[in-house]
Every structure is written in structure tokens, then in C-alpha cells.
Design a protein around this ligand. Structure first.
Ligand code: GLU
Length: 319
């Protein structure tokens, strides 16, 4: 493998919703981390589950980031244009016998839960792992999901560049997980976990930066790196931004869309100052330019706890 001389990370927005305070903080930190060491940051649009996403939504994400002053390097990678590549690589997992078809509905899985749900996701109790029924006939009729078989998986451990050592037994916290789906038409579409691994590998990303709600995905993705014979990138998970009910920031916590601030003519320095404050880089009420934030950036200053957005914060920011 070639030497990893260049530091490289990426933005990986999904155009499902507008960019809000939470995404903005994660992206700002990714940018600061890359630029503070003269590294690169790529842009990848994760529009796989949303092929009919309107182009305006995608453009809005870019415009919101640019408004904050965040730039990126090279061509934008758009996942919906890469489905053929993903299919080919999925076949490798199939040929290696590492995935199996699953015909369970969400209701089937819910009904089979024996242990309390340990994570945000349903834990799949591997019902179809040894399914010997007429797979071809069922698949042709209603399609199927393809699950990665964790039978030989042990407790997994990795070093996170922000959180330190992390350990999980994903046989208990996730169960065999979905990497692709075959529609009744026979068409295969790969799921986030697999597409993300392929893209980060093919873009030669050296450090994956994202919010800490995706730590569980990291364990699954590391299984895929191994299965495909890819070298691991490093991982860095930053604390998630949450509402005052402790849940991931969402519409119900009030409008926190960056486009809303833009439309109101708010200055980005106010938001940058607030975000900087949550990262230990600014004083309360300070407004700051991006270049100034960059000169102050130090990973070690970022508080380890999640960031709670209050109604007062939203008001201060001009929402
Ligand atoms: N597209 C994902 C999101 O917006 C991020 C995935 C990743 O960074 O790996 O939550």
C-alpha cells in the first residue's frame, strides 16, 4: 500500500433534511481538523436511500457549508452515481459466503426480540442465518435483505481518536446486519454500511470523522473492511448535538436549519462563535471568523460531553 502522507477526511451529508446545528458542528470540526494539519477534506453526497431527492436540497447543503466558509477538495462524490460499483463489490461478499438472504419483516424481528434492545437499532436475532427454505422462490416473490454473518465475530475493539478505546460485542448489540437488498425485480441496492466503507476506502480517507451516534456503525464497518481486505482508516467520533430531551437534534426541538439563518441575513460569525464556544475555542457571546477559529483549534479543548441546544441558544443565534 502507498504511504499515507496526506491527511484526508470527508464530509458525508445525507440530503434527507436540511443541514442543522448538529451537522454544522460536526462538519466544522471535520474541516478544522483537516485544515489545521494541512490536510484534505472531500465531499460525498450520501443520497443512496433517496434517489428521488430534489437537486435543490443537495445544493442547499453545499450552500449552507459555503456560507460558513467551509470548502472541500476535488470532485464531489455522489453515491447514487456509484451503484454499479457497489454491486460488484457486494458480489465479492456473496462469493466469500459472508452474507445470507433474510426475509424477515420489521414486525418479525420485533416479535423475536428476547433481550432488551441495547442500542438504537433493532438487534437482529439471526433468524434467517440457517434458513434452508426455498430461498430463490421467496426472493423472486418479495425480494430480500442481505445480512453480514457475524458467526465468527468476536468482541471488537478499536482506538477512537477522540473517545479513546472502544469495545463492543456486535453479535449482541446489532446482530447480523444488512449490507444490501434485492428488490423483487432482482435489482440489488447496497446499504449505507457497505457503501460508506467502499467510498472511504476508494477515496483513501485516512480518518473518518462523524458524530458519536455512529460509533455502533464503526464496529460493523470494521467487519466489512476486514472482509474486503481493505486497510482500516482511523476513526474520530465527536459528541452529538442533542435537544433538551437528550435526543438527537431534530425538528421537534425548534428550527435550527442553517438555511434559515442564511435567509434571515444572519452573519456566519455569530454561529461560528457559538459553535466555537461548544468546542472550547470561544468565550460566551463571542463572534468569530473561521480563520480565527482555525488558529485556535485544538482537539484536546473539545469537551467530551454531548452538546445540548436550548431554546435560549436558538434565540441567541437568531432562529
Ligand atoms: N450520511 C451520514 C449522516 O448524515 C453520515 C455518515 C458517515 O459520516 O459515515 O448521518
Amino acid at each position: 500500500m502507498s504511504e499515507r502522507a496526506v491527511y484526508r477526511t470527508r464530509f458525508a451529508p445525507s440530503p434527507t433534511g436540511a443541514l442543522h446545528l448538529g451537522n454544522a458542528r460536526t462538519f466544522l470540526l471535520s474541516w478544522l481538523r483537516a485544515r489545521s494539519q494541512g490536510g484534505e477534506i472531500l465531499m460525498r453526497m450520501e443520497d443512496l436511500d433517496h434517489p428521488r431527492v430534489k437537486i435543490e436540497k443537495v445544493e442547499q447543503v453545499y450552500a449552507d457549508l459555503r456560507w460558513l466558509g467551509l470548502d472541500w477538495d476535488g470532485e464531489i462524490m455522489v453515491q447514487s452515481r456509484r451503484v454499479e460499483i457497489y454491486r460488484e463489490i457486494f458480489k465479492v461478499l456473496q462469493q466469500k459466503g459472508l452474507v445470507y438472504p433474510c426475509f424477515c419483516s420489521r414486525a418479525d424481528i420485533q416479535a423475536a426480540q428476547s433481550a432488551p434492545n441495547l442500542g438504537d437499532d433493532l438487534v437482529y436475532p439471526n433468524i434467517c442465518r440457517d434458513n434452508k427454505s426455498n430461498i430463490k422462490a421467496v426472493a423472486a416473490e418479495r425480494g430480500c435483505a442481505w445480512r453480514f454473518n457475524l458467526q465468527d465475530c468476536r468482541i471488537l475493539k478499536y482506538y477512537d481518536n477522540f473517545l479513546g478505546w472502544r469495545e463492543a460485542d456486535i453479535r449482541r448489540t446489532s446482530g447480523d446486519f444488512v449490507v444490501a437488498r434485492t428488490a423483487a425485480s432482482g435489482l440489488i441496492s447496497v446499504a449505507y454500511q457497505l457503501a460508506c466503507v467502499i467510498d472511504d476506502h476508494e477515496s483513501a480517507v485516512t480518518e473518518v470523522i462523524r458524530a458519536d451516534d455512529l460509533v455502533n456503525s464503526t464496529f460493523r464497518q470494521r467487519m466489512l473492511y476486514k472482509a474486503l481486505g481493505y486497510g482500516f482508516p482511523e476513526f474520530l467520533h465527536v459528541p452529538l448535538v442533542i435537544g433538551n430531551d437528550g435526543r438527537r437534534l431534530a425538528k421537534r426541538h425548534g428550527d435550527s436549519r442553517i438555511s434559515c439563518l442564511r435567509a434571515r441575513g444572519q452573519r456566519p460569525e455569530r454561529l461560528l462563535g457559538w459553535l466555537g464556544q461548544t468546542c472550547g475555542l470561544c468565550a460566551k457571546g463571542e463572534e468569530v471568523e473561521l480563520g480565527e477559529l482555525l488558529s485556535r483549534f485544538e482537539l484536546g479543548l473539545i469537551p467530551k460531553s454531548r452538546v445540548t441546544v436550548t431554546a435560549a441558544d436558538l434565540e441567541y443565534l437568531g432562529f
